[in-house]
Write a protein that binds this ligand. Structure first.
Ligand SMILES: [Zn+2]
Length: 373
């Protein structure tokens, strides 16, 4: 990894344009948690970085199989963002970004910040950071009564140090990593003291015990199974469209975007291109007529809610139907409503125009409502 880190640094300093960006689906002009620039996880260095970090993770957790089992269940991916960020790394849920970053199947992603990654002096510093971030998943905040942020940060530091000690790594790296930050807050200084203390008295220290795993499950920390109602074959078209609309509304309110998208694609596949194309366009028209405007949601409720907006979630299905073999139908009234809806939501349209233009078919479909190819 020493060599790898050195090589990665050289590479990242001169990273090729096509390795950085809004990742692999250009028509979907959205990003992840305001991380506007990501090193493409599917590019050579994106893959290599993740693979190295996975190896490091295996090494780190050798001494704690019970923690390891838990982390393995979560499926974790490591990525690099090329943005200004005050932290070297953040751990975040991967679910709403799954269709954008192609993290399907990964529950969590640890995003390293490129600038700070480049300043790391050795792999053990990277190991400490990784140990800290992943410990957040083990010492999940909000679960302890009287949770205090400071206590969790310290617990994560100490767990990481314990792992490093067990793996025979250089513990001083857990102190030198603070060199990344020119200005150190009181909290940072105090945490650094705790680490130094721990290193001095490695044998006597008690790393806080992890919480009971069953609590995590109860607290919906593991990927949830949502019970979405999907349309049935015996339903009328109107009922089918209503059910799609209701499912999307549920995603907006309670979550489960990736799961719903997968179920919807499966359902549309069964319906075939003719029925599927009509239903997604009718559903889109219903969203534009009846649901809170997508641009407003972004402005008032933020990007997380924006990604869960019915029209954003339906966008995946639209793309899917568009790529289906066979004839597509374009109900003229729905097409008209969608076109107006897009005009009224310029932010959304800016990124998604490409997709919708394809989905809405050629102009003549719109003019006389005749059936498409
Ligand atoms: Zn932390």
């Amino acid at each position: 990894m020493n060599d790898f880190l050195a090589e990665l640094k050289t590479r990242l300093e001169n990273v090729e344009k096509n390795d950085v960006g809004k990742v692999h689906r250009r028509e979907v002009d959205i990003d992840m948690l305001n991380a506007y620039r990501m090193i493409n996880p599917e590019s050579f260095w994106g893959i290599a970085f993740n693979a190295e970090m996975q190896k490091l993770m295996q090494k780190m957790w050798q001494s704690k199989p019970e923690q390891k089992m838990f982390l393995d269940e979560m499926k974790i991916k490591f990525c690099i963002q090329d943005n200004q960020d005050s932290s070297i790394a953040r751990v975040m849920r991967a679910d709403y970004a799954s269709n954008i970053l192609n993290l399907e199947g990964d529950s969590f992603v640890v995003v390293f910040t490129k600038d700070k990654l480049l300043k790391l002096k050795n792999k053990d510093e990277a190991a400490f950071v990784m140990g800290h971030e992943l410990s957040h998943l083990l010492y999940k905040r909000d679960l302890l009564d009287g949770y205090q942020e400071y206590a969790e940060e310290t617990a994560c530091d100490l767990n990481s140090l314990q792992l490093m000690a067990d793996a025979g790594m250089n513990l001083e790296s857990a102190l030198s990593v603070d060199d990344l930050y020119e200005q150190k807050s009181e909290e940072m200084k105090s945490r650094r003291e705790d680490r130094a203390d721990f290193i001095r008295q490695l044998d006597q220290y008690n790393v806080p015990t992890m919480r009971d795993f069953s609590i995590y499950k109860a607290a919906e920390f593991m990927p949830l199974e949502y019970a979405f109602t999907m349309p049935e074959a015996k339903d009328t078209e109107e009922q089918k469209v209503d059910k799609i609309f209701n499912g999307l509304t549920e995603v907006f309110e309670v979550g489960g975007r990736a799961q719903y998208s997968a179920k919807l694609k499966q359902y549309l596949e069964q319906e075939g291109s003719k029925a599927a194309s009509r239903q997604v366009l009718l559903a889109a028209a219903k969203i534009f007529s009846e649901f809170e405007a997508v641009d407003e949601v972004r402005k008032n409720l933020g990007s997380n809610k924006y990604f869960k907006h019915p029209i954003c979630v339906l966008g995946d299905a639209v793309l899917y139907v568009n790529n289906m073999e066979g004839q597509k139908l374009f109900p003229p009234t729905a097409v008209k409503i969608i076109k107006e809806g897009l005009e009224q939501n310029p932010y959304y349209s800016k990124g998604m125009k490409f997709l919708w233009n394809k989905a809405l078919g050629a102009e003549e479909n719109i003019k006389d409502g005749r059936e498409g190819r």
